[in-house]
Design a protein around this ligand. Structure first.
Ligand SMILES: *Cc1c(COP(=O)(O)O)cnc(C)c1O
Length: 395
């Protein structure tokens, strides 16, 4: 089985590039040039230097002793939460803005839901002195005021989107509309492994630094370069894609993807796209989509703003469909409990998204000699209000 993208941009039957005619030239050019630019030694040097000196990579691979004792197995945490701006998103934002610059683009646009990708993109644009416009659903701008202020302080223009439910899906539509109007000078930085080919593959390759480091760090710390299990949460799927990338064809390594069950997979308040979605097209690619009988997109729900996307990267649709990944749906409650547990056992407050990956330990038991690597995609600072609401004092 091949898990990599083919010439036409497909992972098995998933992926492709379903885009309006006006974007054809832009996407075609990106498709022609992205690998050539990304693989040039010059680009690599620039990317690697920023990863090291600006982001703070390599992020540690931390042996979580007390968490391991609790679950009777050996657990390492890949600490993406320690990156500059607090999550893995900066890896991709730096990669794409560098690439855009080499393609002669002078303006950056992005979509954002909770604001994490918007903040990462605005950060890189400040660093490189490039104008940046971020589309964000009006509902989200109200829920995530702090991130809006951060983006503005970083010099980005945040445009609230008032169509549809005024959330991520609508912000994405608006960003695509902007790109259609400004195809020559603008690059659209997509925040996950979604969108038309070559975005899913391009973003995966920028995030693949995660598994590249895991391999080296395991070799150094354990004397073997592969784990028995890799665990990551899946929203659009970029931290999971980066975590899995160098092990996709290594069958010794079992891959576990945690998606957000919200209130439960048997309720309508859920974001378990892989388990409940049906084949369809969203934002330029064929994948699993949460939709009703008429193909109308169903608004997803999760306590975690970074996981409530109604689609899923086509790579993950293929990995799940072919049985390469085991997909587990973790509820709000399980994720919140896992967040509290990690905090008390290890002194690490995780992002709510990452807490869904930690929730896997409530679903699945591992053997004492298993080597389990879990990617902690981000830190919990941004989620403190939610944690405060759910964990009353003196408890
Ligand atoms: C955005 C985000 C996610 C979800 O996005 P993926 O593309 O699935 O990785 C997960 N964790 C954190 C901390 C995030 O900010």
């Amino acid at each position: 089985m091949n898990y990599h993208v083919n010439e036409e941009g497909y992972y098995g039957e998933f992926g492709g590039a379903y885009i309006p005619e006006i974007l054809h030239g832009n996407v075609e050019r990106l498709k022609r040039e992205y690998l050539q630019i990304m693989e040039s030694p010059d680009f690599r040097r620039e990317f690697d230097a920023l990863m090291r000196d600006y982001v703070g990579r390599p992020s540690p691979l931390y042996y979580a002793k007390r968490l391991s004792e609790k679950y009777g197995t050996r657990i390492y945490l890949k600490r993406e939460d320690l990156n500059h701006t607090g999550a893995h998103k900066i890896n991709n934002a730096i990669g794409q803005v560098l690439l855009a610059r080499r393609m002669g683009k002078t303006r950056i646009i992005a979509e954002t839901g909770a604001g994490q990708h918007g903040v990462a993109t605005a950060t890189v644009c400040a660093l490189m002195g490039i104008p940046c416009v971020v589309y964000m659903g009006k509902t989200d701008t109200e829920r995530q005021r702090l991130n809006v202020r951060k983006m503005e302080m970083l010099g980005a223009e945040v445009r609230p989107v008032t169509s549809g439910n005024m959330t991520l899906k609508d912000a994405t539509n608006e960003a695509i509309r902007d790109w259609c109007c400004n195809p020559s000078d603008t690059h659209y930085v997509i925040g996950s492994v979604v969108g038309p080919h070559p975005y899913p593959d391009m973003v995966t390759r920028f995030q693949a630094i995660i598994s590249e480091e895991i391999r080296e760090q395991l070799q150094q710390q354990e004397g073997r370069g592969y784990p028995d299990y890799l665990i990551a949460c899946v929203g659009g799927g970029s931290n999971a894609a980066g975590t899995f990338y160098h092990y996709l064809n290594d069958e010794r390594v079992k891959l576990v993807a945690a998606e957000a069950a919200g209130m439960g997979v048997n309720t309508t308040e859920t974001a378990a796209t892989i388990l409940l979605g049906k084949r369809g097209i969203i934002h330029g690619s064929r994948t699993f989509v949460m939709q009703d009988e008429d193909g109308q997109i169903i608004e997803p729900y999760s306590v975690s703003a970074g996981l409530d996307y109604p689609g899923i990267g086509p790579l993950h649709a293929h990995l799940a469909d072919s049985g390469r990944t085991e997909v587990l749906a973790v509820t709000d409650r399980q994720a919140l409990d896992a967040a509290k547990e990690l905090t008390l056992l290890e002194g690490i407050i995780p992002a709510l998204e990452s807490s869904h990956a930690l929730g896997v330990f409530q679903h699945k038991t591992f053997r004492p000699d298993n080597l389990v690597v879990l990617t902690l995609s981000g830190r919990g600072d941004k989620d403190m209000e939610t944690y405060i609401d759910h964990f009353p004092q003196h408890q």
